[in-house]
Design a protein around this ligand. Sequence first.
Ligand code: UD1
Ligand code: MG
Length: 460
Amino acid sequence: MSNLAAVILAAGKGTRMKSERAKVLHAIAGQALLFYPLQVARAAGCGQVSFVVGHQGDEVVEALSDQQVDCVWQHEQLGTGHALLCAAEKFSGFSGDLLLLCGDVPLLTTESVQRLLDLHRREEAAVTVLTARLANPHGYGRIVRDGENVRRIVEEKDASPAERAICEINTGTYVFDADFVFSILPGLGKENVQGEYYLTDVVAAAAAAGRKARAVCLLDPNEALGINDRVQLAEASRLMRQRINQRLMLGGVTLVDPETTYVDQQVEIGSDSLLHPGVTLTGKTRIGQHCVIESGVQVDSSNIADHVHLKSGSVLEGALVGENCNIGPMAHLRPGTELLGHNKIGNFVETKKARLGENSQASHLTYIGDAEVGRNVNFGCGTITCNYDGANKHKTIVEDDVFVGSDTQFIAPVRIGRNSLIAAGSTITKDVPADSLALSRTPQKVIEGWRIKHPLQKKK
Ligand code: UD1
Ligand code: MG
């Protein structure tokens, strides 16, 4: 068993979010806030991870259901000290370092936590607190030092004017000697302005017990940003986006304007790909190498191979796009679209549950849904698979080398044999055998001289 464990506090009310959703379930860069400290805990090597839940706790427990973490309930929010005490039972057999993180502090990095752990272990401290130096420390607990020793942490509301002038603040992240902290917590009082059990009082208790309390100061104070309202949520999003975009650029991706490029946490992009301004990539999206993504493109949970060009305004959801495809402008690839490579899906074309073999294309104004399409198929402008009869969906199968003339409707279910030609303007209701011509146009009628006998009469 690892001798490092973590507790993540997530029971607080989040009143200032003014939301029906639990605060820690609000997302930045496509991921709920509480997953960020969880990732840090895991990356730092924590075996056991416990979340303290309370306010809107059912939702939080549900969100964590497949994460292999414990959830412990704090039914009344009596303070941060009480919150950790609620998890004590889960650690009854545990001796080692206990990392305490807040569920609403998403920018904290594993590197900073590693620095915290390193100092804590080197010093054999009872508690080591992660601090930050802020130009405006308003609202935070202040670090009262005595050289490298931390004497106590005083909350703003309890601080003297001299203590309020201290700019080094408590980020709310700590490592504790687990045996020590769980022996101290039950004896904590709540003789303070807020009448709460303060976890920060553990620091003064360490000094009283002749144990060391130490501090590690963040190199980048932004990591301490806690989310209490939507303004801070937007600020954290912006900082996270900067971090993601920097990682992409250093990995060989060109971002024409990083300020307006929105890429979620989990997205991967290959080198030498280029993103124009206003691109949004979300979910588990993977983009290959040498791709060009133009402005206004949105890609969600899709897999895009190398050398793909996504043109302006296209929307891709749950799509698989093979190598050397050309998509858009203004194309909509809906879930279940599979393009096997060298495909062109052009202006105002919509696809859904459609698999197109290599080199097949639909360049303009077309709907391909519930379809299986072979190689080298050309759909003319305005082709429609009529897949829905009002009750059920039906399939259109188009074999290799078929040429579909413009303004064709396929009334599914229907199968078009290989190397056939569908004449423009046809409504295809029956299967077409291979190598055939199918046409269903009404023969054109011409009545000569008709307009002379029927001149236009303007209404008065
Ligand atoms: C706390 C610290 C303060 C520090 C600040 C950093 C204490 C007494 N003070 O203050 O020194 O500068 O964080 O942001 O710890 N929570 C619970 N149960 C509770 C109370 C809080 O789970 O009963 C959770 C909250 O959901 C939140 C975290 O603990 O994730 C911090 O609580 P919060 O009320 O924001 O503490 P602060 O007053 O900001
Ligand atoms: Mg707070």
